[in-house]
Design a protein around this ligand. Structure first.
Ligand code: GAP
Length: 513
């Protein structure tokens, strides 16, 4: 099945099984805004818990905060967001649709790459066993011609973006003859800058109101609390502050479901270090964060680092962790060495002294910062994409199963009486009432056992147990494993020990500690 079709299936599966709904669904939705349903919220909470615990439980020197979404407007002046948090946009005069100029060009680069891959795939099929891919790539005139076009475009684009040369971005779009996907025309406006922050007002009267912004990242809430936390927590450098919270960006191109949203959630950690040690910490955090992702068991080959060539003016190193989504390798997390830019800017704009006094050297300095920043929703999407499977069974049937890591699954155990009589439901409820204090259990008595198993497979429940007539005699149940579909008889009294270890977040944390 084409990757595009798989992605469509994942999106509809998310809706059908209560993971993600379009926001304001009965009003036909609101662009790039989504709601999490009864299963989605559990999965999302588990992802957040896994991240939070990996930061604040596993590191003595990392503490958490929860800062407000509304902040003093000067914060966004100091951070550079008012002046520079922009995307270059372009409108098509015929369709009246608005696009990000950089995305239109990146799509064209991707189209060249796709053309090359198609040529190679065709040749592989044509030559069979004897195919020498490296040689073909190096010598095929068609591949070389497309590669040359791709490289030239990439170089021109990188230069225009580095200089934020809007006119040149417009020229590239015209020279490449890029058309609007809706109208099919090249009737473009000039490229303009568009600030991504949402504005609102505080104050009860129009005259007394002042403009504030919905935060576009949670990080600034950490920077402006640096002094509070360092002093009240008697924190010694190096130390970190972690936060999970909503962020808002008026994205021009909002697409690929929950990959790019206007309201989303971030999990960010700012790690304050002594100047001069930041690049060493940057490397350590890159490895620590990659290990966190890989502990989920999605396969090392599905992750890669993308080291940034173009750095923001305040950064001295930056890398993304990319995950293989059905629509290609995409950024899920950013790790940035932000120097002392943010703290120095807030010191300048607030007039406060924001420094660290090192008792060992008797020196004061403004700490440097390594930031790890991951989108909860993007992480959620990567988990769903990797877990969704349509399996062909031996009997010819297809089963749709979400092979979620057990620690992230919304429900850990479904308890099912074989029939709705003869005391079996009561026995099943007794088991739920006992185990519900330890992990998330669901009672399910409707439909045949086969149908009930399928329902639980579709929401990723790792274990099901069936209470049957034998149970009433021997206090044993049938335990079914979601992935292998194998069943075993186990004692009710052993269930907790058997399941708890496998479904707890601790099992993941132990892999990375
Ligand atoms: N404080 C740094 C910062 O915000 P970023 O690269 O702009 O850096 C960090 O964002 C992460 O937040 C991204 O790697 C991505 O996972 C997530 N993210 C950013 N914009 C998003 C959006 N519009 N929708 C969903 N997730 C987003």
């Amino acid at each position: 099945m084409a990757q595009e079709d798989i992605f469509k299936k994942i999106v509809s599966h998310c809706k059908e099984y209560g993971f993600v709904f379009p926001s304001s669904d009965i009003y036909d939705g609101l662009g790039a805004v989504y709601d999490y349903g009864q299963n989605g919220v559990e999965l999302k909470n588990n992802i957040k818990q896994y991240w939070w615990q990996s930061m604040v439980l596993l590191h003595e020197n990392i503490v958490g905060i929860d800062s407000a979404i509304f902040m003093h407007p000067t914060i966004w002046k100091a951070s550079g967001h008012v002046d520079a948090f922009n995307d270059p946009l372009i409108d098509n005069r015929d369709s009246k649709k608005r696009y990000r100029a950089d995305v239109l060009i990146e799509d064209r680069i991707a189209a060249y790459e796709e053309k090359i891959e198609k040529e190679v795939a065709k040749a592989r099929k044509r030559f069979g066993e004897s195919f020498d891919e490296a040689q073909y790539r190096a010598t095929s005139p068609r591949v070389l011609e497309t590669q040359q076009k791709r490289d030239a475009l990439h170089a021109r684009y990188a230069e225009a973006m580095n200089a934020m040369n809007l006119e040149e971005l417009g020229n590239i779009i015209r020279d490449e003859e890029i058309v609007c996907p809706i109208s099919g025309t090249r009737n473009w406006t000039e490229v303009r800058q568009f600030n991504l922050m949402f504005k609102t007002e505080v104050g009860s009267t129009a005259e007394g109101a002042s403009t504030i912004y919905l935060r576009p990242e949670t990080a600034q809430g950490i920077f402006v609390n640096y002094l509070n936390v360092q002093k009240t927590g008697r924190m010694k450098v190096p130390f970190g502050i972690a936060q999970i919270g909503k962020a808002f960006r008026n994205e021009i191109v909002a697409r690929q479901f929950i990959f790019r949203m206007r309201e989303f959630e971030q999990m960010e950690m700012q790690f304050f270090v002594k100047p001069g040690t930041e690049l060493e910490w940057f490397d350590r955090w890159k490895q620590t964060r990659l290990a966190w992702h890989q502990a989920l068991g999605f396969g090392e080959e599905n992750y890669r680092f993308h080291d940034h060539e173009k750095l923001a003016h305040y950064a001295n190193a930056a890398a993304d962790i990319e995950f293989r989504m059905p629509f290609g390798f995409k950024e899920v997390e950013g790790i940035h060495s932000r120097t002392n830019f943010d703290l120095s800017q807030h010191a300048k704009f607030s007039g406060r002294k924001i420094e660290y006094f090192d008792p060992e050297t008797n020196e004061s300095y403004t700490p440097y910062v390594i930031e790890t920043s991951i989108g909860v929703d993007r992480m959620f999407l990567s988990v769903m994409c990797h877990s969704y499977e349509e399996e062909r069974l031996e009997n010819g049937e297809t089963r749709t199963v979400l092979k979620l890591p057990a620690a992230l699954a919304p429900t850990k155990l479904a308890v099912m009486p074989l029939v709705r009589k003869e005391g079996l439901p009561e026995k099943a409820r007794e088991i739920v009432n006992d185990l519900k204090f330890h992990f998330n259990c669901k009672y399910d008595e409707k439909d045949s056992i086969g149908k009930r198993y399928r329902r639980q497979d579709a929401v990723g429940t790792p274990y099901c147990i069936t209470v049957d007539h034998e149970t009433m005699k021997d206090d044993c149940v049938t335990l079914r494993d979601r992935d292998t579909m194998q069943q075993q008889r186990v004692r009710i009294s052993d269930l907790r020990a058997l399941i708890e270890e496998k479904v707890s977040i601790t099992s993941l944390l132990k892999k990375i500690n």
